[in-house]
Ligand binder design. Structure first.
Ligand code: FES
Length: 103
């Protein structure tokens, strides 16, 4: 069952930037890749540091701490030292507001 929650306005997450939000005690990082917004759990799968401190490189989020790389659209790990993905959430934009499905 879906659990849609409004997490931010589109204007809160500009193209090419990351934004950390706390949603029902779950840390989430929003990533705006060329106008498409994605949402990942805001915790690296390598160590427990926030991915929102990292940087976008193309379609990937690169962790600032040790350089792990994740695909924003899926959370798939693409570069060491991460050997596991991070959870991704389905995103919808409705009337310039960003919603994610927390289910
Ligand atoms: S904490 Fe992210 S790469 Fe180590």
């Amino acid at each position: 069952m879906s659990n849609w929650v409004r997490v931010a306005a589109v204007t809160d997450c500009d193209v090419g930037t990351l934004k950390a939000v706390m949603v029902e005690n779950t840390p989430i990082v929003l990533a705006n890749v060329d106008g498409d917004v994605f949402a990942l759990q805001d915790e690296c799968s390598h160590e427990e540091y926030p991915l929102s401190d990292g940087e976008l490189e193309g379609e990937d989020l690169v962790c600032i701490y040790h350089g792990a790389r994740f695909e924003c659209a899926t959370g798939r790990n693409k570069g060491l030292p991460a050997i596991r993905p991070v959870k991704s959430f389905t995103v919808e934009v409705r009337a310039d507001e960003i919603y994610i499905d927390l289910s």
